[in-house]
Structures are given as structure tokens and as C-alpha cells.
Design a protein around this ligand. Structure first.
Ligand SMILES: Nc1ncnc2c1ncn2[C@@H]1O[C@H](COP(=O)(O)OP(=O)(O)OP(=O)(O)O)[C@@H](O)[C@H]1O
Length: 576
């Protein structure tokens, strides 16, 4: 059981703390090797030119080769260690994150795409050049100290250059922040609009809407690009002065060095060493300053990821419960979509005994689908309780509870995979007996027989396409797989013909006879006639509830007349 305050992200970082400390210690040697590399050319100039001794030159060249090879090897090893850490972070976090953002999409305040991007940003930072630069920057003060030791003027010079870079970078950041924010917002809107267009491309094409929506998308996209270009232009203009300073660094060092030489404070050969160390000291800090926005992005991404993982971690912290036995008891339930402040379902109470079928009817927008979502635990209740098998839904571990629930949403979709995999909910322990039982229960032998490869027919991209009615019937088989104790079917017959509806009704009855509690949302009287009880929902509240005949008898049009195929919920609500 994980503690509420623990986070997998922090856990992984804690695991790696030794690795990061080792890299920091490792980074301590690199500056000394670099200093040694800078000193060798000076020694060659000074010692060889004065002694004119070839063996001195050879010795210095050998030392230079050894130092350079060691330095390069250490850098390569460090890069490899970071790469390896990246792989492990990937292994440890990717699966958890994928699972988390599909469970709790709002915890991190973003979309699944955002969560994936956050994971990439976090991973890139923790194992990439930014972290190497930070480790190098940690030891950069060593170079500054050496510069001060050579001459106070050089020390002050390097501090002035670093201060100037930091000032320009921070100023640029604030001056372009608004532009970048606008660009990000418009790019996000363009992406969202573009994805919606792609999803509905066929409909838009046949209705001749493609040119207009393309223009709309392009307007958003080009506005985003314009803001980004404006940010880049502004940053480039501000960056002109620091770039000139950087390009002229050699002149500055030689200028200051020249005066110090004239004042007899340094040897001319020192200038080359100073220049190399100056660059080495500034490099990582300059990298951090220039990439400050990337570091900020990492920080924000890691915080969002942490929030998401903590929320899911807290939610998943449940003890194992025995399979639910008993009624579904809904008490004063209030709830709705998490992103909407006003609840859709208000004060709904009812009890559904196992071995009963309850139909939910009501006008369009009454909240029937919302109620279904609350009953299966897709959304959490804001007030009130949903108790299933003597346990509040909130006490269940989602995955454990899922095995006892069968659900058909209004829009049925399948994952790429075989029809057998989809029916068995991709259960790795699925047996042929269990799959056949679900097929038998849902009465879809006729569909399976008609498929090119029977149970092994692949669905999804490049695979077989099921018709609307076939999709609903296969979804029924998936819903009854494993004989769940609660079945919630949201308009499961909207695409079914009369015979399909009869099969569906018989499946509901078979599940009822097996002891399951069945809830079905439907407008069609033909399906509602399979129900034992009816609940009439209006504006999110229970308008009436009772036995099927009792509710039907209160509807004048149904009394004594042959039942219409489609129930008129408005009329039902008015007549109650
Ligand atoms: N994900 C959501 N986000 C925001 N609002 C939602 C969401 N789902 C439903 N609603 C709102 O909740 C209300 C009830 O919707 P719901 O789909 O539950 O109605 P319904 O009774 O099932 O209607 P229908 O019979 O037309 O399917 C509607 O006003 C709808 O706009």
C-alpha cells in the first residue's frame, strides 16, 4: 500500500539519488583534467621554446594525449550513465504515467497528450544535456577561483560576463513571455480543432465544410506561428548585444590581459589558459541561462506529473475486497462531470436488488448517461453514496471493481486487436471457456460465424469494420465477459433491429437470472418490456420509480393501447 504523500516520480528520483551524487563526484575531476589540457599548450610554448628539447616536447605530447583521452572517456561514460538512467526512468515511469493519465485525466490539469509530453520533458531533462550542464555548472566556481588566483581583474571579468548573460536572459524571458503564452494557447487551440476535424473528416467533406474549417484551422495555426515568430524576432534583437560580447570575448580577454602584461602582473602565455578557462567556466552556466525556459518547463512538467501520480496513487490505495454480493444502494447521490461545477445528478436515491433489471428513462439531457457513469464509478460522487455489495464504490480498487462491472457506453469503440481479445477485455488469463460463455450469453454466434477469421478477426486500423449494430452486440459480449455482478447498458439498442433487440433482452434476463443487477437506459418500449423496474429521471432527479407495469400504467398513451416502438419520455414525465 502506497502512502498518500508518496509519489512514484519522487520515488524514482530517490532511487537515482546515488547515481546523481556519483555523477556530481565524477564531474569534480573533469575541471581538473580540463585545466591540465589548457596548461599543456602553455608549457609547450614556454618549456620547449626555452629548452629546445625534443624529449620534453614528446613527454608533453604524451601527457596531453593521456589527459585528452581520459577527459573524453569520462565524458562518454557520463553520457552513457545518463542514457542508462533515462532508459530506467522510462521503464519505471512510462507505464505508471500511461495508466495514470487514463485514470485521472484532470488531476494534472491537462490532457493525455499533455501528460505524455510532460513525461518526455521530465525524462529529457533528468538524463539530458541540461543535467550535465548543471553538474558542470556546480564545479564552474572552481574555474572562477582559479581566475581570481591568476588575477583579480580576470575574476571580476568572468563574474561581469556571467552577470551580463544572466541579466539579458532574464530580461528576454520576461519580454517574450506574453508572446510565447499567446503562441502556445493558439497552437493548442489549432491542434484541438485539427484533431476534431480529422475525427469528423468524412462528415465535413460530404457537407462541403472542409474548405471553411481548413480556413478556420489555418487562421488559428498562422496566428500561433505569428506570435512565435514575433517572440523569436524580439529575442534575436535583444540577443544581438550579448552575442557581440561573446564573439568579442577573445578581444576582451587579450585586451585586459595586455594591460596586465604591460603592468607586469602576468606572463603572456597565461592569456591562452585564461581564455580556455573562461570559456569552460562560462559554458555550462551560459547553457543554463540560455535554456532557462527548458528548465522551467521541466519544473512545471514534473510538478504536473507528480500531481497526477499522487492523485492516482491516493485513489488506488485500497484494500482488496471480496466479490460484491448484495444490492446496489444509491443514497442521495449528487454528481456529474468533474469539469462542470454544477452537478447534473441531484439527490438520486434507489435500491436495485441483485436479480432485477431496472430501466432508466427520461427526456434527452435528463442525466441518464451521467447517472450511468456515476454508478459504474467513471465519475466520483460529490455527495451521497453508491454502495455495491455492501461496499461504497469509493472503497474499491478501480481495477478490482471493473471485473465485477459490465458497461456499454453510448459510443462503442474497440481497441486494435482480435475480436476474442476485445471480448475478453484483453485479459491475459482469458480462457476459451470464458470467451465462449460471453459469446453464448450475448448470443453473437451469428456475428462471429460471419467474420473472415472468426474469433481471430482483427478489429481496428487495417482490420475488419463492424457495423453499428454488430458493434453494440459485440460490446454486449465484452460487458458480460466474466459474468459481472452489475451491468449498466447505456442505449445498447440504438443501432439494433427488432431481432437484435430481442437477443439483447434475453441476455439481460439471463444475467438477471444469474444474479446480476442490470440497469438499462433506453427509450424503446420493446426493450423496457424486459425490465422489472423503471426509474424516470427528469432534470437530474428521480421523477418516479416503481415496477414496470405501475409506471407504464401512469402513461395515458400506453394504457390499453398497443405500445409505440419509441417511448416519448417528455410525455412520460408530464403524465407522472
Ligand atoms: N462530459 C460532459 N461534460 C459536460 N457536460 C456534460 C457531459 N456529459 C453530459 N453533460 C451534460 O449533462 C447533461 C445530461 O447529459 P446526459 O448525457 O446524461 O443526458 P441523457 O439523459 O443521457 O440524454 P440523451 O437521452 O440525449 O442521451 C446535459 O446537459 C449534458 O450537456
Amino acid at each position: 500500500m502506497t502512502s498518500v504523500t508518496s509519489s512514484p516520480l519522487l520515488g524514482v528520483l530517490r532511487e537515482f539519488s546515488y547515481g546523481y551524487f556519483a555523477l556530481l563526484g565524477f564531474g569534480f575531476f573533469l575541471p581538473f583534467l580540463y585545466m591540465a589540457m589548457s596548461l599543456i599548450p602553455m608549457s609547450i610554448m614556454e618549456r620547449v621554446s626555452s629548452s629546445r628539447n625534443a624529449s620534453t616536447l614528446i613527454t608533453l605530447i604524451i601527457i596531453a594525449i593521456v589527459v585528452t583521452v581520459t577527459y573524453t572517456l569520462l565524458e562518454v561514460v557520463r553520457a552513457q550513465v545518463l542514457e542508462r538512467m533515462g532508459t530506467v526512468i522510462d521503464q519505471k515511469l512510462t507505464r505508471i504515467c500511461f495508466d495514470a493519465f487514463n485514470r485521472e485525466r484532470r488531476a494534472g490539469g491537462g490532457t493525455p497528450a499533455q501528460a505524455l509530453a510532460d513525461l518526455q520533458t521530465t525524462r529529457r531533462f533528468l538524463c539530458g544535456p541540461s543535467l550535465s550542464a548543471m553538474i558542470d555548472a556546480f564545479w564552474s566556481p572552481l574555474f572562477v577561483i582559479v581566475m581570481f588566483c591568476i588575477s583579480g581583474a580576470f575574476g571580476l571579468l568572468i563574474l561581469a560576463l556571467l552577470g551580463f548573460s544572466a541579466f539579458v536572459s532574464i530580461t528576454t524571458h520576461y519580454l517574450v513571455a506574453g508572446h510565447l503564452k499567446a503562441a502556445q494557447r493558439l497552437e493548442g487551440e489549432a491542434n484541438e480543432f485539427g484533431l476534431a476535424v480529422s475525427r469528423n473528416a468524412e462528415t465535413l467533406r460530404v457537407m462541403g465544410m472542409l474548405p471553411t474549417v481548413t480556413e478556420r484551422w489555418y487562421a488559428l495555426h498562422s496566428d500561433g506561428v505569428a506570435w512565435r515568430n514575433a517572440a523569436q524576432t524580439r529575442a534575436a534583437r535583444i540577443g544581438l548585444v550579448p552575442r557581440m560580447v561573446q564573439n568579442g570575448q577573445m578581444i576582451i580577454v587579450y585586451g585586459v590581459g595586455g594591460f596586465l602584461f604591460l603592468a607586469g602582473q602576468i606572463h603572456v602565455g597565461v592569456l591562452f589558459v585564461v581564455l580556455m578557462m573562461m570559456m569552460r567556466a562560462q559554458g555550462p552556466l551560459q547553457y543554463i541561462i540560455n535554456n532557462w525556459s527548458a528548465i522551467q518547463s521541466f519544473w512545471m512538467a514534473a510538478k504536473r506529473l507528480d500531481l497526477l501520480l499522487r492523485a492516482v496513487g491516493a485513489e488506488r490505495e485500497h484494500i482488496a475486497l471480496p466479490p460484491p454480493k448484495g444490492a446496489l444502494v444509491v443514497s442521495r447521490l449528487v454528481g456529474g462531470p468533474p469539469e462542470v461545477d454544477k452537478p447534473i445528478i441531484n439527490d438520486v436515491s434507489f435500491t436495485l436488488l441483485p436479480g432485477r433489471i431496472m430501466g432508466v428513462v427520461g427526456p434527452s439531457g435528463a442525466g441518464k448517461s451521467c447517472l450511468g457513469r456515476l454508478l459504474v464509478g467513471i465519475w466520483k460522487s460529490r455527495r451521497g453514496t453508491v454502495v455495491f455489495g455492501e461496499q461504497d464504490l469509493l472503497h474499491w480498487n478501480e481495477d478490482d471493481l471493473g471485473r465485477h462491472i459490465g458497461y456499454i457506453p453510448q459510443d462503442v469503440e474497440f481497441l486494435p486487436g482480435t475480436i476474442a481479445e476485445n471480448i475478453s477485455r484483453f485479459d491475459p488469463a482469458a480462457t476459451s471457456e470464458k470467451i465462449l460463455d460471453a459469446i453464448e450469453m450475448a448470443g453473437i454466434h451469428d456475428i462471429i460465424r460471419g467474420l473472415p477469421n472468426g474469433y481471430s478477426t482483427r478489429l481496428g486500423l487495417g482490420g475488419h469494420t463492424l457495423s453499428g449494430g454488430q458493434r453494440q452486440r459485440v460490446a454486449l459480449a465484452r460487458a458480460v465477459y466474466g459474468r459481472p455482478r452489475l451491468l449498466v447498458l447505456d442505449e445498447p439498442n440504438s443501432n439494433l433491429d427488432a431481432s437484435g433487440e430481442q437477443v439483447l433482452g434475453r441476455t439481460m434476463q439471463a444475467m438477471r437470472d444469474d444474479g446480476a443487477a442490470v440497469i438499462v437506459v433506453s427509450h424503446r418500449v420493446s426493450l423496457l418490456s424486459f425490465c422489472d423496474d423503471l426509474l424516470v429521471l427528469n432534470e437530474g432527479s428521480v421523477q418516479a420509480m416503481g415496477g414496470r407495469e405501475q409506471i407504464f400504467s401512469r402513461l395515458p398513451r400506453l394504457r390499453g393501447a398497443p405500445p409505440p416502438l419509441v417511448l416519448q419520455p417528455d410525455q412520460l414525465v408530464r403524465s407522472l
